[in-house]
Write a protein of this length. Structure first.
Length: 225
């Protein structure tokens, strides 16, 4: 009986829950692609790697040339599509939804309701499963300083972030998601895999985007814990 229970849980964790999430992501991707138009190409963001799966997308210049920055977009209602998250170094390509409740995280990573829109001044905090429901944040532990994270949203220029640091914290350590200066992106997931005992936190800062003038240089940036 114990073997049957363990096998059933393993199938749920690795296959069944992942199937439902893949279906939801496919539907969200169709919505995203119907609204998103890639900016015209003017040159590479960075030198491509040897592996096509780890190559950064090529975008037009995204820094604003005016003295007045655009107004940050409002977050959509809970459960609705926010945009697309790409992390080439770990092969991540996920549709991001608003909210981090149980139902939302079954469909993909979610943006905390007290966050700013990704790429706007402040701290945009996202959470995602590490094992069940496709484990979208399974390989966050493989990220290293300097790795790029790209966020795309309909009607917005791409926001490109650079990983600056990571840490393992208590689930009660909510200060990692507090608002701060700069243009920060915080990604969180359970740690170790399969356990909710701790949280793995990865933080990055904007290096390309509409609010680049508000971003903090590496020389003064600190990990927020």
């Amino acid at each position: 009986m114990a073997s049957v229970v363990l096998l059933s849980y393993s199938l749920w964790e690795t296959r069944i829950s992942a199937y439902f999430t893949a279906q939801a992501q496919s539907e969200l991707r169709a919505v995203f692609e119907s609204k998103y138009t890639t900016p015209p190409v003017t040159g590479p963001l960075a030198a491509p790697s040897d592996s096509p799966s780890r190559q950064l997308p090529v975008y037009a210049e995204t820094t604003t040339t005016t003295t007045i920055a655009p107004i940050p977009p409002l977050l959509p209602p809970k459960g609705e599509l926010v945009g697309r998250l790409l992390i080439p170094s770990i092969g991540l390509d996920q549709m991001i939804l608003a909210g981090t409740d149980t139902g939302t995280l079954k469909k993909g990573p979610g943006l905390w309701e007290n966050s700013v829109f990704p790429g706007a001044p402040g701290n945009a905090m996202m959470a995602g499963h590490r094992t069940t429901y496709g484990g979208p944040f399974r390989h966050l532990n493989d990220l290293t300083p300097g790795d790029k994270i790209i966020f795309e949203a309909p009607g917005q220029p791409p926001a490109v972030f650079e990983v600056r640091g990571s840490d393992i914290v208590s689930p009660k350590q909510v200060t990692v998601g507090a608002q701060t200066s700069g243009v920060r992106l915080t990604l969180t997931t359970c740690d170790p895999p399969g356990s909710a005992a701790k949280r793995l936190v990865v933080q990055a800062e904007l290096v390309e985007g509409a609010y680049i003038k508000d971003a903090l240089p590496a020389s003064v940036w600190t990990f927020q814990s």
